[in-house]
Design a protein around this ligand. Structure first.
Ligand SMILES: Nc1nc2c(c(=O)[nH]1)N[C@H]1C(S)=C(S)[C@@H](COP(=O)(O)OP(=O)(O)OC[C@H]3O[C@@H](n4cnc5c(=O)[nH]c(N)nc54)[C@H](O)[C@@H]3O)O[C@H]1N2
Ligand SMILES: Nc1nc2c(c(=O)[nH]1)N[C@H]1C(S)=C(S)[C@@H](COP(=O)(O)OP(=O)(O)OC[C@H]3O[C@@H](n4cnc5c(=O)[nH]c(N)nc54)[C@H](O)[C@@H]3O)O[C@H]1N2
Ligand code: SF4
Ligand SMILES: [Mo]
Length: 679
């Protein structure tokens, strides 16, 4: 008899409610849950493919250990003992930092798993912690830290009350949001665009989100900061700023510094750099004045650009200048229903200072307690990093310069990968440990609560039994720690506890009890306003003009935007980075190079031709697909593939001097036709 279970999807930040039909051990179907208060029945193709993902032909069923002739299937106890031995030996001979961890996107969506992974690194006493944040959006914690004294503030769009929303380099209709989760995005964006409300999209492509917007600006890639600098200049200089808010929540000196550094971004200069008509830029100023408060949300289109930090800073500054943070109709800060940041964050009057980067890249400042992924290959090659544990990530497709990453990973004494399927990274691993997938574990979105549009959380029990010998990631981390003589589980938890016991611990200080969350499945409170202003900002004031960011913005003064082609980042509906739940064969149907017809014509390229795009770092080949909805300077391939791997065009040197972030959008490239489509 088939049975139906309610759960929620953990491929992405939207965390849509699902109903899973199961017959025996077989997941028969996954559908949207109409009773789920946030997603209201919505799912995307990835969520509906969860059954295929669960039954993926590449699923890892048992631990495997590499030996001279290939792989050997190992008993769990042997695999754990072997990894623990290598970790212990490495620490003894080379110190704690010689053992590190990379915590990827899928780990962050396994509440107990990521919690245990973090505690594992801490228990080792190692500073060699890496996460996907430093190849996605290190500018967000940096700007939060420099402006508030804490790196973890998450501004969330007040989606019911905001009247002027803007997405800058984010396409929520496909991505479902960047650090703000938008389940059912089309319905939500339509509501944001319904008069008298306005929705602006700033993106060099006419994206699915842009099509729903009231207005669309298509700047040259990499120049968004100029739109924002101009906007702030006009608001501060010619009216529209919330002067009362500024007087109370910023210093006069900071306001003067901000005013001075944006002054040169006149309408003419902003228009020249961005390629947007001065009249369109003026319309944006007028719109902000009309609405007073704003909700601007950035995404990878800005966080991956060379000007990431200043763009993010100017977005935060815009909210401060208009009194839009921590206030209805603007953006509020989600402290998390489980995590409750408001209990931990106290005013931090010290001006943040970084510590040096890892020994092989000391020039990369460390602001939060992790090293940038761009330094990982250097650390291995220098002999500092010798054992790496990968939790739910795929560095081979995610890191810049994949060839060097592959060589570095192959040099490790041990590469231990915790994953659900075989990947480009398990291919170079020494130890592969099969982990329970989404449907096989009880879960709470412990790290993703803060990205919800409501202060909310949800619970799911396991829907099906683990496949093969797969184990929970938290349990594997705890067993590895135990086998090296360390304990990461606070009493009364043990490695034999149930998932629910760990989750109960994580929910220990939630505003709703674990039993309540488990019984109700989804618990929400409305937005909470004012806690950052009243309880976190030193003296109630933002540091509106951090000197590091003022210095970076000054350096963009003379920018002459490079001519195209420029490679930009983009997400595809059916894939989640390298995870392709709807396409069981990893090699099937690679990406296309999307080009404007004008760009194609000037390079004698027609639809379907094989083209190569390259730069000083590498080159990739793929078939061309023409699309008139792009900025004419732009070419676009998605990341997450091994062939072609677009990360070959990104580099671990040079990177952003403050965060170590590689440039992954607005990259100048050459473009050449290599052959006809049939070749
Ligand atoms: N379907 C799907 N959903 C995903 C993912 C996925 O792979 N597939 N990945 C998940 C992850 S890890 C993340 S971080 C989020 C990302 O979420 P988003 O940041 O919303 O990602 P995208 O949908 O790629 O939107 C980025 C947009 O930036 C535009 N862009 C590129 N360069 C520039 C620029 O210089 N300026 C401006 N203004 N725009 C630019 C691109 O055209 C693109 O439309 O998505 C998550 N959701
Ligand atoms: N050039 C370029 N590079 C980029 C980007 C870009 O746009 N362009 N995007 C960047 C961004 S935003 C990000 S977030 C990173 C992504 O970097 P990663 O997080 O390293 O990449 P993913 O492909 O999401 O890898 C997730 C892995 O987790 C596994 N997995 C899935 N479910 C589970 C599970 O339940 N448990 C466990 N243990 N594992 C599971 C998947 O099989 C997959 O191997 O890449 C970054 N790199
Ligand atoms: S938008 Fe798609 S992938 Fe994201 S949670 Fe919802 S169903 Fe899952
Ligand atoms: Mo990401």
């Amino acid at each position: 008899m088939p049975r139906e279970a309610a759960s929620f999807c953990r491929f992405c930040i939207a965390l849509c409610g699902i109903r899973v039909t199961v017959e025996g051990d077989t997941v028969v179907s996954v559908k949207g849950d109409p009773d789920h208060p946030a997603s209201r029945g919505y799912t995307c193709t990835k969520g509906r493919s969860l059954g295929r993902w669960h039954h993926h032909p590449g699923r890892l069923l048992a631990p495997k250990v590499r030996h001279a002739g290939g792989w050997r299937r190992a008993a769990w106890s042997d695999a754990i003992a072997d990894v623990a031995r290598l970790i212990g030996a490495s620490i003894e001979r080379h110190g704690a930092d010689s053992v590190g961890a990379y915590i990827g996107t899928a780990a962050s969506l396994d509440g107990a798993g990521k919690w245990a992974a973090e505690r594992f690194v801490t228990a080792l006493g190692s500073r060699s912690k890496y996460s996907a944040i430093s190849i996605d959006t290190p500018c967000k914690p940096l700007v939060s830290l420099l402006m508030s004294g804490h790196p973890g503030l998450v501004p969330v769009v007040d989606d019911r009350a905001c009247t002027l929303t803007a997405f800058v380099g984010s396409n929520p209709v496909v991505s479902h949001g960047h650090l703000n989760g938008f389940p059912d995005p089309v319905v939500r964006l339509r509501a944001m665009a319904a008069a008298p409300r306005e929705l602006w999209v700033i993106d060099p492509r006419t994206t699915e989100s842009a099509r729903l917007a009231t207005r669309h600006l298509a700047p040259r890639p990499g120049t968004d900061f100029a739109i924002l600098a101009h906007l702030i200049r006009e608001l501060l200089g010619r009216g529209g700023a919330d002067l009362g808010y500024l007087a109370a929540h910023a210093t006069a000196a900071d306001v003067a510094t901000l005013r001075a550094v944006v002054e040169e971004w006149t309408p003419e200069r902003a228009s020249e750099v961005t390629g947007c008509a001065a009249a369109d830029l003026a319309d944006l100023v007028v719109a902000v004045r009309r609405h007073g408060r704003v909700a601007f949300q950035t995404g990878t289109g800005t966080t991956m650009s060379a000007a990431a930090n200043v763009t993010e800073w100017l977005v935060w500054a815009l909210h401060v200048v208009t009194g839009s943070y921590d206030a209805p109709g603007g953006m509020w800060f989600n402290p998390g229903l489980l995590r409750r940041s408001e209990l931990d964050l106290v005013p931090n009057p010290a001006v943040p200072t970084p510590t040096p980067g890892p020994p092989s890249r000391p020039e990369l400042p460390t602001w939060v307690d992790e090293y940038p992924c761009a330094a990982l290959a250097d650390e291995v090659e220098a002999g500092h990093l010798r054992v790496l544990v990968v939790f739910g990530g795929n560095p081979m497709t995610a890191f810049p310069n994949p060839e060097r990453v592959r060589r570095a990973l192959a040099m490790l004494d041990a590469l231990v990968v915790l994953d659900v399927v075989d990947t480009e990274t398990t291919e170079v691993a020494t130890h592969v440990l099969p982990t329970t997938g989404q449907l096989e574990r009880a879960d709470l979105p412990y790290y993703y609560d803060q990205f919800s549009l409501d202060r909310s959380t949800q619970f799911t029990p396991a829907v099906v039994a683990p496949v093969g010998e797969a184990r929970g990631m938290w349990r594997i981390a705890a067993q590895l720690a135990e086998a090296t003589g360390r304990a990461i589980l606070p009493a009364p938890l043990t490695t034999r506890s149930r998932d629910e016991d760990v989750l109960r611990h994580l929910a220990g200080r939630a505003t709703a009890s674990f039993d309540d969350v488990a019984a109700r499945r989804y618990v929400a409170e409305g937005p909470t306003y004012g806690w950052v202003r009243d309880g976190v900002l030193p003296g109630g004031r933002w540091r509106l003009a951090p000197r590091e960011l003022v210095a970076q913005l000054s350096r963009w003064r003379d920018l002459v935007p490079p001519p195209g082609p420029l490679l930009t980042c983009r997400r595809e509906p059916r894939h989640l980075n390298s995870q392709r739940p709807a396409v069981p064969d990893r090699g099937a149907a690679g990406p296309t190079v999307v080009l404007h017809p004008g760009m194609a014509a000037s390079h004698a390229i027609t639809d379907g031709d094989v083209v190569s795009i390259g730069n000083a770092h590498g080159s990739v080949r793929a078939p061309a697909a023409l699309d008139p909805d792009l900025h004419p300077d732009l070419v676009s391939i998605t990341h997450g593939w091994s062939a072609p791997n677009v990360s070959a065009l990104a580099s671990e040197r040079p990177v952003d001097e403050l965060t170590g972030m590689p440039v992954q959008t607005a990259i100048p490239v050459s473009l050449e036709r290599r052959g006809g489509g049939a070749e």
